[in-house]
Design a protein around this ligand. Sequence first.
Ligand code: AHR
Length: 503
Amino acid sequence: MTKQANVMLDKRAVIGEIDERIYGSFIEHMGRAVYGGIFEPDHPEADEQGFRRDVISLISDLQVPIIRYPGGNMVSAYNWEDGVGPKSERPRRLELAWQVIETNQFGTNEFVDFANKVGSEVMMAINLGTRGIDAARNLVEYCNHPAGSYWSDKRREHGYEAAHNIKTWCLGNEMDGDWQIGQKTAVEYGRLAAESGKAMKQVDPSIELVTCGSSGSGMATFPEWEAVTLEHTYEIADYISLHQYFGNRDNDSQNYLASTMELEHFINTVTSVCDYLKAKKRSKKTMMLSFDEWNVWYHSNEDDKKLERWQTAPPQLEDRYNMEDALLVGGILITFLKHADRIKMACLAQLVNVIAPIVTENGGGSWKQTIYYPYMHASVYGRGTSLHTVATSPKFDTKDFTDVPYTDSAVVYNEEQEELTIFALNRHLEEDVLTHYSLQDFEGYEVHEHLVMSNPDLKAANSINGEKVKPVKASDYTFEGTTLQVKLAKASWNVVRLRRVEK
Ligand code: AHR
C-alpha cells in the first residue's frame, strides 16, 4: 500500500517574511571561480570588462540577491589594496590559503561592477586573520564614503565617482579554524571583531555586520565559540554566521539524505545560544543568522590533493554534482525556509566552478549542474511569507539519524501575487508517498505547475554534453475542494505552484 503523509497549513500561521537574501551565493578568489569563471577577458563571450556573458546569463536566471566576496579562507591573508587601482601596478602574491598565485587582476571594484550586472548586492568580507581595525575601516571608507577623504578620493581616482554603498560586511571568515591564516581564540576574535566593527560603523553607521560563528557544527569548540565571541560582539553585530558542508562519504545515500536533521539541530543550537546572550545582556536586539556558506562538498577532495602549488586559477574544489546532491540541496533550502524567522541571509557556496551550480570551460561553454535547479526554484518561486506546516509523515531510521520523515515540505505564500508554492522532498529511496495538503484558506486557487526532479540513478549527473538531471513538468496531483494530493515519487524534489484564478 502506498505510504501517506499529511500537511496542514493556515495562512495566519506565519513563520516569517522570507528575506530574499537567503538565496544568496558566494564567489571566492580561488580555483576558477573568478579567473575562468566569471572573468575571462579572452573568452569569445567576454564583455567590455572581461565578464563572461554566458555566465552572467546563467547567474541572472538564478536571481541571486546577494553575493559574498572575496572569501572564504582567502580573505584571512588578503590585502584589499592589492586589488584596486591600475592593473599594471597590482602585485602577484602567494595566496596562502589555497596555495596559488593571486594576480589581483580582479578586485573590489570589478566585483562591484559584476554584482551590478547580475543584479546582486555585495556581501563584503574583511580580513581579520593577518589584519584588523585599520584595514577594515579603510576599506569601508574606500567603498562607502562619498568623497573628500584619502580612501574615498582614491576610489574616485580609480574611476568610481559614486560610492559603492555596500551594506553587508562579514567580520572575517571561520576564525575558529586551524586552517585559517591568523586563527584566533574565541576571546581574541571576539575583541578584534567588536573593535573592528565599531570602527567600521563609525565610518558608515548604516552598514550591517556579520560576526563569525563556528565553521561547522562538528568543530570541537562549537557552541562555546558562539557563546564566548557573542559576549564581545552581540551589541555591534547584526548577524552571526553559520557554515556547513555535506558529503556522502560512506556512499550511504539514505543516511546522506537524512543529514538535514543535523542541519536543523545546528540552527536550533545557534539560535539558543544567541537567545541566551540576549537574555544575559538584557538586550532588546534579536541576533539573526547568516548561513553564509552551505553546500555539498566532497567529490573533489582527492583530486585537490594532487594539485601542484602556486598555479594561477587551477581547477580547485570542482565537485561534479549528481541527483542525490540535488535532493540534499532541496532539503537544505526547505530547512532554511522553515527558519525564515531567524535566517535572514544564506549563501550557496559557491557560484561558479568552485563547488558550484554553474561550470565553465576555459575558452569554452558553460553548463548547469544538478543543484542549479532546486536552488533556482527556491530563489525564483520562494519569495513571500514562509508558513508553518503541521505535518505527519512515515518515518525511518538511518545509521546516524532516527525518526527521519520520508517527506519534508516548505510552503511559501505570496499574498501580493496570490500565489502559493510548495517545495517538497521525498528523501526515501524506495517508496513513493501520497501527500495530502489541506489548503482550507486557498479556495479559488488552482495548480499552475508541478515540477519534479528525479532519476532512478542517484549518481546521474549533468555535463557540458547534456543534462541527465533536470526538472520536468508533471501532473501527479489531484486538487479537489481544498485538498491537494500530490504523489511525491521516491527520491524526488517537487515544486507545486498554485495561483488564484478568477472565476
Ligand atoms: O567554500 C570553500 C571554503 O570553505 C571557504 O573558503 C571556507 O570559508 C570554507 O572552509
